[in-house]
Design a protein around this ligand. Structure first.
Ligand SMILES: NC(=O)c1ccc[n+]([C@@H]2O[C@H](COP(=O)([O-])OP(=O)(O)OC[C@H]3O[C@@H](n4cnc5c(N)ncnc54)[C@H](O)[C@@H]3O)[C@@H](O)[C@H]2O)c1
Length: 451
């Protein structure tokens, strides 16, 4: 290479690195997005992305060709340009090539839990903004690694915790702010969802639910990977749906923080009994498996400002779905299970009132503005809100509504609850991921934002 070529090459290199050093999300324009994991959940997110006219879905990645083809067909049906496809060859690292897509602004990560931390870290290192499905990582160290990468790279990261956008949850937040409950004292929430028919199926993509007792390589969708966590782990495996709203109500990482945690687990019966009943005997290999996950895991958190929060993970027994929220203060309480509220001086003494009138009166401004747009979207509309928040924050180059500190704090409850249970239900210190900043940090959560 002569000197002129060398300088020209250097110039090109400089121009290229200038381009990559200023990712499109930092230039604020129409977004070029990718989706990693186009399974059941990834397709819900894809639906929301395809409905938008400020987003181009330019790349899709999944190692399961059926899921990838379904996602590809969705894009075609929406009349949008063909995205680049990755992973059809089954390469579990195909997502790394997706991240090299020119001008990629952001990715949605909707893969099995064990992939969230490495994929998010890889994306942030590549300056590709991350919208990550719950959870942030598996081990406590994963959570520190995801945090450190975000802080070092400055790449936006949002945990896509949709329950924070539930209509009644947001109305209850308005009530907290209006002081209806007085000073907050105790909160409850959880993930109470009979997943037996999700953790097992017959492995046929046509019937992902309630169709059999296979799991692992013979299962389909979540049965393929989620059930293994019930075999190997004992803790609150899915804390963010419950803790997200409770953390927002109590201002965690924003003037408050978790200080202590412990968890108790019951014996494990539900998953075994299900495989026996569903297969009609004890000969199927799934009936021989020992499940480590206690049927009901109860986690307690203490907060610096004196509140306690109780979470329950309950996914292996017959029960109707309920997240079991309770927000209780010096003047009253709301519970979602009975749609009930009681406010001293307003409600008849010792009686519940129906939440509906409060819901209407304290409707959150976001729901007032966007209920029509969210109509028909997954989980009663909240899936529209969570994607809207991520996209709008990215375009506005604004702080992420559910940011890295929220993500790791909520998600770290899993490894900490596992540790507590493993150590005989011991109470542990809760790490301060903000390293003291929680005392000065101001609220920036979506509930305060325009989206
Ligand atoms: N927030 C919610 O309400 C909600 C609801 C359902 C699922 N989720 C979360 O979404 C995530 C995905 O769950 P799901 O129900 O879609 O599961 P799923 O099994 O249907 O989809 C996961 C997809 O990831 C793909 N995958 C696995 N490894 C991969 C890799 N290395 N590279 C690319 N793709 C890979 C799988 O082939 C599969 O298609 C999980 O974290 C789950 O907890 C959240």
């Amino acid at each position: 290479m002569n000197r002129r070529d060398f300088i020209a090459a250097g110039g090109l290199l400089a121009a290229t690195s200038l381009l990559s050093a200023t990712p499109a999300w930092a230039r604020g324009r129409r977004l070029r997005m990718g989706v990693i994991g186009t399974g059941m959940r990834g397709q819900v997110h894809l639906t929301e992305l395809l409905r938008r006219d400020d987003v181009d879905v330019v790349a899709l990645c999944d190692i399961e060709p059926i899921m990838l083809r379904q996602a590809q067909a969705m894009v075609a049906k929406a009349g949008k340009p063909e995205p680049k496809l990755y992973g059809a060859d089954g390469d579990v690292n195909a997502w790394k090539r997706l991240l090299e897509t020119r001008g990629l602004d952001g990715v949605i990560i909707a893969t099995p839990w064990e992939w969230h931390a490495p994929m998010a870290i890889g994306a942030m290192q590549a300056k590709v903004a991350v919208g990550c499905e719950v959870v942030a990582g598996i081990t406590l160290q994963d959570h520190w690694d995801v945090l450190e990468t975000q802080l070092r790279t400055g790449t936006p990261y949002m945990l896509l915790e949709n329950v924070c956008y539930r209509r009644d949850v947001m109305a209850a937040l308005q009530m907290v702010r209006a002081g209806l409950f007085g000073e907050l004292i105790h909160l409850q929430g959880g993930y109470q969802h009979d997943l037996r028919g999700v953790k097992f199926n017959d492995g046929n993509p046509a019937h992902p639910y309630d169709s059999g007792v296979e799991f692992g390589p013979k299962g389909w969708s979540e049965a393929r990977w989620r059930t293994e966590h019930s075999v190997e782990r004992n803790g609150d495996l899915y804390p963010s749906h419950g803790i997200g709203p409770c953390a927002m109500y109590t201002g965690i990482n924003r003037g408050n923080r978790f200080t202590r945690i412990n968890a108790f687990a019951t014996k494990a019966r539900g998953l075994h009994d299900y495989t026996v009943e569903k297969s009609g005997g004890t000969t199927h290999p799934s009936t021989k498996v020992t499940f480590k996950l206690g049927d009901v895991v109860t986690t307690t958190l203490a907060c610096a400002n004196g509140e306690t929060i109780l979470l329950q993970h309950d996914t292996s027994l017959p029960r109707p779905y309920s997240l079991g929220f309770r927000v209780q203060g010096t003047k009253g309480l709301w519970m979602d299970l009975n749609h009930g509220v009681h406010i001293e001086g307003r409600s008849p003494p010792h009686e519940w009132e129906d939440f509906k009138a409060y819901q209407d009166q304290y409707e959150h401004p976001l729901w007032k503005q966007y209920a029509g747009d969210a109509a028909g979207a997954g989980h009663g509309g909240m899936d529209w809100f969570v994607m809207h928040a991520f996209v709008e924050a990215l375009k506005a180059q604004a702080p992420m509504p559910i940011d890295i500190f929220d993500a790791v704090t909520w998600s770290a409850i899993t490894p900490l609850s596992e540790q507590s249970i493993a150590q005989g239900f011991q109470t542990l210190d809760f790490p301060d991921f903000t390293r003291g900043q929680w005392q000065q940090r101001k609220p920036i959560f979506a509930f305060d934002a325009r989206y």
